[in-house]
Write a protein that binds this ligand. Structure first.
Ligand code: AMP
Length: 381
């Protein structure tokens, strides 16, 4: 392992990014503001991140010779896409530090490993069972009850590989839908709200959380986020405490996003971890003293963390490819409100469900910010 890296990577150094989507793009923009150079690696070219980077490697993640060439060109590697194979991060880590470490990636790539880690360390999660046979699924339904959510253990995001099971009669089909993949059966959480906490940790162990974000989803994809979340201070504090506890236990160097449910009785349950920036944190660009992307740069380069203070209530609305179905959106109409900011990710093809950009609005109150961002999005057509 490359352990001899300096503690601080000064501006002017080169940061490598694995994955080339919008998270990498906004990271690269923040890194450039701080004077860093960026090299990105992914199977794509002319990618959202590649358009901003100094250099773009367009090869498969399992092409370890190319990964080594990439690692030799940079002083630290971080990622924006978590389904990078473990062998890839291991090959890169022989040359430069990978932050967060491959072990964190490995854990968070797999829902069963992740939930088992959380449960064993006393972090609250909904009851779950591992599913590899129909009998295990039938037993899980008896023990944990119905309805429930059956998810594939690997490669799930934005609700992909996920199904709600309502009754015993649906179990057989639900099992068939796993198509031989390892599954996780989760007791259904009748939640009041979904929130997320993004937390940063440095090599020196400094930890800092962003304000709690409240999230609403449409078709399992994040639709609108606002901050501060409309929850009692006590719950917000508890959410920050949980996120800090998890980042510390995992010894993450970089960022960790912790998605949580707030149950009807006001209890918190951790749903998912992502060892990176997150869609729900996009409003930090326009509303916080330090954006989540700048914080990631600071954390992986060994700089002190920036203030996460929310300068004003804010709301973010995603722009999916669906919007293009009725023609090119009217950007000028959306920007008619001067408190609204537009972010587009440089993606050429607006496919349905694809994240193409987002709008952020600030306001005197959260409800004003939400109203503004929705009004602006509504004006796109
Ligand atoms: P995930 O891919 O695990 O982030 O799940 C996507 C979305 O599905 C979440 O944001 C929730 O809205 C919903 N969901 C996931 N797991 C559960 C659960 N155990 N109970 C209720 N809703 C869930």
């Amino acid at each position: 392992m490359a352990q001899k890296a300096p503690l601080i990577l000064q501006p002017g150094s080169t940061i490598g990014v694995l994955g080339s989507g919008q998270l990498g793009r906004m990271f690269a923009l923040a890194a450039r503001e701080l004077g860093y150079r960026i090299v990105v690696y992914s199977p794509d070219n002319d990618s959202p991140t590649g358009q901003i980077a100094d250099d773009e490697f367009s090869y498969r993640y399992d092409d370890l010779d190319r990964i080594r060439d990439f690692a030799r060109k940079v002083q630290v590697i971080t990622f924006e896409f978590e389904n990078v194979p473990a062998a890839t991060t291991a090959a890169a880590a022989r040359f430069v530090p990978v932050r967060p470490a491959g072990e964190v990636l490995h854990l968070t790539q797999h829902r069963l490993r992740e939930k088992t880690f959380l449960e064993e360390n006393g972090f609250p999660v909904t009851p779950f069972r591992r599913i590899t046979t129909l009998q295990q699924l039938i037993d899980a339904a008896r023990e944990l009850g119905l309805p429930a959510v059956l998810k594939t253990a690997s490669f799930g995001y934005d609700g992909k590989g996920q199904q709600k099971v309502r009754s015993e009669s649906e179990l057989k089909e639900a099992f068939r839908n796993l198509r031989g993949a390892e599954g996780i059966y989760e007791a259904f959480v009748n939640f009041q709200k979904e929130i997320s906490v993004i937390v940063a940790r440095t090599l020196a162990g400094e930890i800092s959380t962003f304000p709690v974000f409240e999230n609403t989803h449409v078709n399992h994809i994040l639709d609108v986020t606002f901050a501060p979340a409309a929850i009692p201070l006590k719950i917000a504090k508890e959410a920050a405490r949980l996120a800090s506890g998890i980042v510390e236990k995992l010894e993450v160097v970089g960022l960790l996003t912790v998605e949580m449910f707030v149950t009807k009785s006001g209890k918190l349950l951790v749903n998912e971890l992502a060892p990176r920036t997150h869609n729900s944190g996009h409003l930090t660009i326009d509303a916080c003293v330090t954006s989540q992307f700048e914080q990631q740069v600071r954390a992986v380069c060994g700089l002190p963390l920036g203030s996460t203070e929310l300068r004003s209530p804010a709301a973010m609305a995603n722009l999916l490819g669906d919007l293009w179905q009725q023609g090119v959106p009217k950007w000028d109409a959306a920007l008619d409100d001067p408190a609204v900011k537009l972010h587009l990710y440089g993606k050429a093809e607006p496919r349905v469900g694809r994240k193409m950009g987002h709008l952020t609005a600030t306001g005197a109150t959260v409800s004003q910010a939400v109203k503004r961002v929705l009004r602006s999005r509504g004006r796109l057509h």
